[in-house]
Design a protein around this ligand. Structure first.
Ligand code: SIN
Ligand code: FE
Length: 298
């Protein structure tokens, strides 16, 4: 039972697009998104070619990795167990990236010149498989906001587009939680303990790709504190979302608490977005946290 209810209308905004380049009149998608809503497109489908259906096989993923990932700017694919399928997987992920670029151009034109560092994933495992074989910290079936331990992002936004490509009619089930300002108030006492010296050392030792700022530290603490708190997981305000095959959805994964409960076969596209590219940068986690901590965090 939730301690207080959160209604579906407060977390999800449903939009009718059926094409990736379909202009939607007066939908103010950017405002909803920046408030932490999930933009849900029940009919925005990514069509696989008949021969690509054979790629929907968990045996394609390197057993040491969770997903197959692709950097479209460097044309680099990671996490494949079967080298012979690489050209086909690359072509699929490149096409998905191009679709996502079109979606941003039409749905979120404000962002189209600001987003950078695209990276996408082909997620072939059933969620239950990684939930059972991982530590609580990596368990994405616990509500969390995204934070990258080895890749500090210095306050930039994590914009993510997801598409369910399950061929067997199986939905992806998500939970979505309370607004970011409420969330950080709840965990405020657990977000301290930053050490500039540790950050310097972690960078020197190659444990992080760049310097972990106070902001990055707080976001990692928040991610961990949420996942470790079973009472929060079970009782905080949250809404269940059913995301069927043939649908797509978009959110700021650093802001919107989310958990993936079940499902298999999904495409996911990530972009980073600087605060200067936002319409309402005061909604960004960095701005909310700087106000609460009453100090700069970068
Ligand atoms: C996540 O981003 O936490 C997982 C999303 C998913 O795999 O559905
Ligand atoms: Fe996540």
């Amino acid at each position: 039972m939730s301690e207080q209810s959160l209604s579906r209308e407060h977390v999800i905004r449903t939009l009718p697009a059926v094409r990736w380049d379909e202009p939607l009149e007066e939908c103010a998608a950017v405002t909803s998104l920046e408030q932490g809503n999930v933009l849900f497109f029940p009919h925005l489908t990514f069509h696989l070619k008949a021969e690509e259906l054979a790629l929907l096989d968990p045996a394609l993923v390197d057993p040491k990795r969770k997903n197959i990932s692709f950097d479209p700017l460097k044309n680099l694919l990671h996490g494949m167990a079967r080298k012979e399928s690489e050209p086909q997987v690359k072509a699929l992920l490149e096409r998905y990236y191009q679709h996502c670029v079109k979606l941003i151009r039409t749905l979120l034109p404000e962002y189209s010149h600001a987003v950078h560092s695209p990276m996408n994933t082909l997620r072939l495992h059933p969620i239950g498989a990684w939930r059972d074989s991982t530590s609580w910290r990596k368990d994405d079936s616990r509500l969390h906001v995204d934070a990258f331990p080895s890749r500090p992002i210095h306050g930039e936004r994590i914009l993510r587009i997801f598409t369910n490509i399950n061929p067997n009619g199986e939905s992806r089930e998500w939970r979505v939680g309370e607004p970011f300002p409420v969330l950080v108030q709840r965990f405020m006492s657990q977000l301290k303990g930053y050490s500039a010296l540790s950050s310097w050392l972690q960078q020197r030792l190659g444990m992080t790709k760049s310097y972990r700022t106070r902001y990055d530290h707080i976001m990692l603490r928040l991610h961990d504190a949420m996942k470790a708190d079973i009472r929060y997981q079970e009782q905080s305000p949250q809404v269940n979302l059913t995301l069927p095959p043939g649908s797509s959805w978009v959110c700021f994964a650093d802001q919107t608490p989310h958990a993936a409960m079940s499902g298999q076969y999904m495409l996911e596209q990530t972009f980073l977005l600087p605060l200067s590219g936002m319409k309402n940068p005061q909604n960004a986690p960095l701005s909310v946290l700087e106000k609460l901590f009453n100090r700069p965090l970068l």
